[in-house]
Ligand binder design. Structure first.
Ligand code: SF4
Length: 247
């Protein structure tokens, strides 16, 4: 019998991933970069900004600043000006200078590959570390006991709507743990790209296009099926609603 929305998450997830891969075959990280250092910089700049805005800024930034030494040598006000359009430019300037210094002091100027090392860089928390590792060091990720899944706002929302977690969509660390239990490790780097593509193109925060959704049959929040949107419900009510959808 085909799996549908009434099945538990562990039974639905293989089919969800298969369908999303088919629906978004081109899904890749939207930030532009050509090496791990640029990936860290772009990811730091993407906080509270859009990928499009970051790509506009990094187009000239990456021509001007190629190595950690270049960020350190730049006067603070100049660097602030160069990244101004991404917002929060003072904090981001501090982070870029801090992480450049750390890379030179502790890692011979190169970006490390393990999560434990990555999160020692100023401005790099677990989400950024997961993005950098998943995109630049997939071979390290396979062996790293601290590896995980990058959970941003789209990944969180889609995971909640699909009933893959009972946690609040903003609770990135708990959602990451739930997804890690459900999804095989080899699929961890691909999952954020697929969920982000789905969140942007179909499962919009305000108006999900459930009528065109490739995983509608597997979704306990389907508006097409007249169900309550788990993303809009406070967590305690989700359990009852998911159970009702499961009957
Ligand atoms: S059915 Fe609707 S709510 Fe569920 S994943 Fe698809 S678009 Fe999102």
């Amino acid at each position: 019998m085909p799996v549908d929305r009434s099945a538990p998450p562990e039974e639905r997830i293989p089919s969800i991933l298969r369908r999303l891969k088919r629906a978004y075959p081109e899904a890749i990280i939207a930030l532009d970069f050509s090496n791990p250092f640029e990936c860290v910089v772009a990811t730091v700049l993407s906080a509270q900004s859009t990928d499009m805005k970051v790509n506009q800024v990094t187009k000239s930034l990456f021509r001007k600043y190629r190595r950690p030494e270049d960020y350190l040598a730049a006067p603070e006000d100049q660097l602030q000006q160069d990244i101004h359009a991404t917002g929060f430019f003072r904090q981001k300037t501090k982070a870029l200078k801090g992480l450049s210094q750390r890379l030179i002091d502790d890692f011979d100027g190169t970006v490390p590959g393990t999560i434990a090392e990555l999160i020692t860089l100023p401005g790099v928390a677990r989400k950024t570390a997961n993005i950098v590792q998943g995109n630049c060091y997939p071979q390290v990720q396979r062996k790293d006991p601290d590896a995980g899944i990058a959970v941003d706002t789209h990944v969180g929302r889609v995971a909640v709507r699909l009933g893959l977690t009972k946690h609040n969509s903003k609770d990135a660390v708990k959602i990451e743990q739930d997804l890690m239990k459900l999804v095989p490790k080899r699929a961890w780097p691909r999952l954020p790209d697929l969920f982000i593509a789905h969140g942007r193109q179909t499962c919009d925060a305000k108006r999900p296009r459930c009528e065109d959704c490739p995983v509608e049959r597997l979704c306990p929040s389907s508006q097409e099926a007249g169900l309550a949107d788990l993303y809009r419900l406070p967590p305690p009510q989700r359990k009852k609603t998911t159970a009702r959808a499961g009957r």
